[in-house]
Write a protein that binds this ligand. Structure first.
Ligand code: IMP
Length: 429
């Protein structure tokens, strides 16, 4: 049965949640395969506002199962809080929510380690992370000796002994680096996390085996990427990236499902570009245009509330990420935000200081920082497009703009979103 992946092609916040929500009608299982509570969605359904971070939005649809795959990092207190809030709003998790026993666990020292790298004046480069302990947890996963997986919480004796060693090590390190550090007590942490484990027990399992079982039964899976492809640890604008494979490259590793099971690869883009946190952003408009996009598009981080940096659409970056993520079709989101601008600019290439044209997204930060966008200017449109319900209803200039993006990226645009509402979604003829 056909399975689908939905992945952001920019620096995150492409409004993937809306497309995932729409596609839930045609799928049975939503799978998160990377990242953690650094992602965030606000969904309004039937007048109720739901806030989701680690849990896929599919949980709001009865009959859909949701999986937190092995590639995700889980902060148990945050997850339990999210589950509790949703349960209080009537969401039923029983028998339809599964957490991988191989997902790694975010521990209190990970948050302290992130504080060290993000706040301490002794560390020069701050990445502008979401401060959810994502990077330090993945670092311990890759480093192996200090990693803790969800499954470890169900072997209490080994877990306590393992945590004793980890905490002793982390305490020494953090005490040496942070001025105001209160050492962690391994027993207190272990007691707390074993308590969390008891509450999570009904949901923990070998999700890879479960997913393969679901495929065998003909269930349709929907893989939901968090963040965007340009934040991918391997393929993004390193080091200003997140610590996981946030492009479609993460699917097989982060779920245990080979990607040959996927036949629809949807890349999500905004009609412009945003970025939260540090890092190069060639088409950034740190001016009245950027402010206007931020105001009209309500471009503030869902998780941290930070204002997002805003700018023009960057075809060089998206051409690259569409390749990396294998997008076979594109959904253009937030087209309505651009209404009322007299003209629109789209970066079609970059140029270095010597005027050499660059068509490929540079791999090195210094090279990317040197790039100046080469823009093409397109006419804007004045009409409010939020009430358009078909492709043909869009103003000609808006359709031309979308066609231009599609041509530049080299992938057909199949969906255009003109407002937050589910109905404000147009299928492109
Ligand atoms: P981390 O994922 O918290 O380690 O943050 C690393 C970088 O990724 C920072 O620039 C964050 O702002 C960015 N980031 C992480 N999650 C998201 C997201 O869901 N949307 C947009 N940017 C994100």
């Amino acid at each position: 049965m056909p399975s689908t992946c939905v992945v952001g092609l920019q620096w995150g916040d492409e409004a993937k949640g809306k497309i995932v929500d729409l596609l839930c009608d045609r799928h049975d299982v939503v799978v998160r395969y990377q990242g953690g509570a650094n992602a965030g969605h606000t969904v309004v359904a039937d007048g109720t506002t739901y806030k989701l971070s680690l849990i896929p939005t599919g949980i709001l649809r009865p009959g859909i199962s949701c999986v937190i795959g092995n590639g995700v990092v889980v902060h148990p207190p945050a997850l339990l809080k999210e589950m509790e809030t949703l349960a209080g709003q009537g969401v039923d998790f029983k028998g339809r929510f599964f957490i991988s026993d191989r997902a790694h666990v975010i521990l209190p020292h990970h948050l302290a380690e992130e504080r060290l790298t993000e706040e301490s004046s002794s560390v020069a480069d701050h990445l502008g992370t979401t401060r959810r302990g994502i990077g330090p947890c993945y670092r311990d996963k890759v480093g192996r000796v200090h990693g803790v997986r969800v499954g470890d919480l169900f072997h209490p004796e080994q877990f306590r002994a393992h945590l004793d060693r980890i905490v002793a090590y982390k305490n020494r390190l953090l005490a040496a680096m942070l001025d105001d550090f209160t050492p962690f007590d391994a027993k207190t942490v272990a007691d707390e996390y074993l308590g969390f484990a008891d509450r999570l027990r009904p949901f923990v399992r070998d999700t890879t085996a479960w997913l393969h079982g679901a495929i065998g039964e003909g269930k349709r899976l929907l893989f939901e990427g968090a963040q965007g492809s340009l934040l991918d640890i391997d393929h993004g604008s390193f080091p200003y990236v997140t610590s996981s494979n946030s492009s479609a490259a993460g699917i097989a590793a982060g779920s245990g499902v080979p990607t040959r099971h996927i036949d629809r690869w949807i890349g999500i883009i905004k009609a412009y570009t945003t970025r939260v946190g540090g890092g190069p952003f060639p088409t950034e408009q740190d001016n009245a245009i950027g402010e206007r996009i931020r105001r009209v598009g309500r471009e503030y981080g869902t998780v941290t509330g930070r204002p997002r940096r805003c700018g023009w659409f960057d075809s060089v970056a998206v051409r690259y990420s569409a390749r990396i993520s294998g997008a076979t079709e594109i959904a253009v989101m937030l087209l309505d935000v651009l209404s009322g601008l007299e003209s629109l600019q789209v970066a079609v290439a970059y140029e270095d200081e010597q005027g050499n044209r660059i068509e490929d997204f540079p791999g090195h930060l210094a090279d990317l920082e040197r790039c100046r966008p080469v823009y093409e200017t397109l006419p804007g449109w004045n009409e409010d497009v939020t009430s358009c319900r078909s492709w043909s209803e869009l103003p000609e200039a808006a359709r031309n703009y979308v066609r231009f993006l599609s041509k530049q990226v080299g992938v057909p645009v199949k969906i255009v979103s003109v407002g937050p509402d589910r109905t404000a979604t147009l299928m492109v003829d």
